[in-house]
Design a protein around this ligand. Structure first.
Ligand SMILES: *Cc1c(COP(=O)(O)O)cnc(C)c1O
Length: 393
């Protein structure tokens, strides 16, 4: 290990994640501004079709953001008071909050420390410690872009009569290998009833705000279309009567969770670069892996060929020290995540520190390093050099 001081000076602050916007993206958005449609024009359906094809799912429903996607999924699956749903404590709060919106109860199962994904053995233990029918659903999260084995999750869900929502916000384009050795893309609907994605600027496909639900189930697809737009339908096949062309019916209580044409046009443009983006993320991860393999105080999370690398997470004893050290050098690493059950709101619901020791131990030491497609090789080397400088100092 060399003690040579770091000489490269970054020309910009380096965040943990950021969007990549090209002139083509800008053109796509301005084209919609000149068109007849700002919202709910042809770009919405085009984005849905192309996204479904990319993910390998039958249906896709574009919505206003990833949280709205989760909310509509729980509504479509009938979450209501008295229902209990299991998710992971290491996720963004929305993965759990969506259960509360409909009056359901959130429960957690601890993570596997090697992957930081929900541990399906812990889920099984929780399920087996209650009578059948006690729990209603499971929301696994492809945390950091590492795909949950949804085939295993489905088998467990079927054994205990649960529905399954895959929170795939971190993993569009990621895949796991099923028991037959086939690639199964995250959110392809072969195992989960519904899957959700976000197009927040730090995610793989960035539209500012935006989200998508994918499914292979026509019944849920029809419900989602109605719930996305106030519970209203104009589809002649669904109307109870049809007195004229103006007529529509509000058949259930829905929301305005639509994604506008301006943003879906941006999504379509971004989707064309999705594979290139993942390839770059995987190349960056491989360089980090190689660099940190020779730095014992730094531990990386387990990896797999289908990892989509939304985040590159390391673990280090003195996490706060490294976080502050990097900040002083214009590197804005971040912590993903503060365990949901330790949030004040969830503590009011009765969860306590100590409930999920693996999640809490992971949180104490985790740090997400810069990981985004237009991070340059020089910038990444600078990050690696700064981490090295911190551990040898
Ligand atoms: C970003 C994210 C969400 C929420 O998506 P928004 O578009 O920000 O509402 C939900 N779950 C996970 C895991 C996320 O990373």
């Amino acid at each position: 290990m060399t003690n040579a001081s770091v000489t490269f000076q970054p020309s910009r602050a380096i965040p943990y994640g950021r969007q990549h916007i090209t002139e083509d993206d800008i053109q796509a958005v301005t084209d919609t501004l000149r068109s007849d449609f700002l919202t709910q024009g042809p770009k919405v359906a085009e984005f849905e079709e192309k996204f479904a094809a990319y993910i390998g799912a039958k249906y896709a429903v574009a919505v206003s953001n990833g949280t709205a996607a989760l909310h509509l999924c729980t509504l479509a699956l009938g979450v209501q008071p008295g229902q209990r749903v299991i998710t992971t404590p290491i996720t963004f709060a929305a993965s759990a909050n969506c259960v509360l919106y409909g009056g359901g109860e959130v429960h957690f199962a601890d993570i596997d420390p090697a992957t930081a994904l929900i541990d399906l053995q812990q889920v099984r233990r929780l399920l087996e410690s209650h009578p059948r029918g006690h729990f209603h659903g499971l929301i696994p999260v492809d945390f950091a872009g590492l795909p949950v084995n949804m085939e295993a999750a489905r088998a467990l869900a079927d054994e205990f009569g649960l529905w399954l929502i895959e929170d795939a916000c971190h993993a569009p384009g990621g895949f796991f290998l099923d028991s037959a050795g086939n690639e199964q893309r995250c959110g392809n609907g072969n195992f989960a009833d519904l899957a959700i994605f976000s197009f927040h600027p730090v995610k793989h496909i960035a539209t500012g705000e935006g989200g998508m639900i994918t499914t292979n189930r026509p019944d849920l697809y029809e419900k989602l279309l109605m719930l996305r737009t106030h519970g209203i339908t104009k589809n002649p096949a669904q109307l109870q009567q049809n007195p004229g062309g103006w007529y529509y019916e509000m058949q259930t209580l829905g929301y305005n969770y639509r994604m506008p044409d301006m943003l879906t046009a941006l999504g379509i443009s971004q989707l064309q670069r999705a594979d290139a983006g993942i390839a770059r993320r995987r190349a960056l991860a491989a360089r980090y892996d190689a660099a940190f393999a020779g730095m014992p105080p730094i531990r990386s999370l387990a990896t797999e060929s289908g990892h989509a690398y939304h985040l590159y997470v390391i673990q280090i004893e003195d996490r706060k020290g490294l976080y502050d050290f990097l900040r002083e050098r214009q590197i804005f690493a971040q912590v993903h995540y503060i365990p949901v059950h330790t949030m004040p709101y969830y503590q009011q619901l009765g969860w306590k520190n100590g409930d999920f020791p693996h999640a809490e131990a992971y949180y104490a030491h985790c740090l997400s390093l810069p990981m985004f497609p237009d991070l340059t090789d020089e910038e990444q080397q600078y990050v690696i050099d700064c981490v090295r400088e911190f551990i040898v100092k």
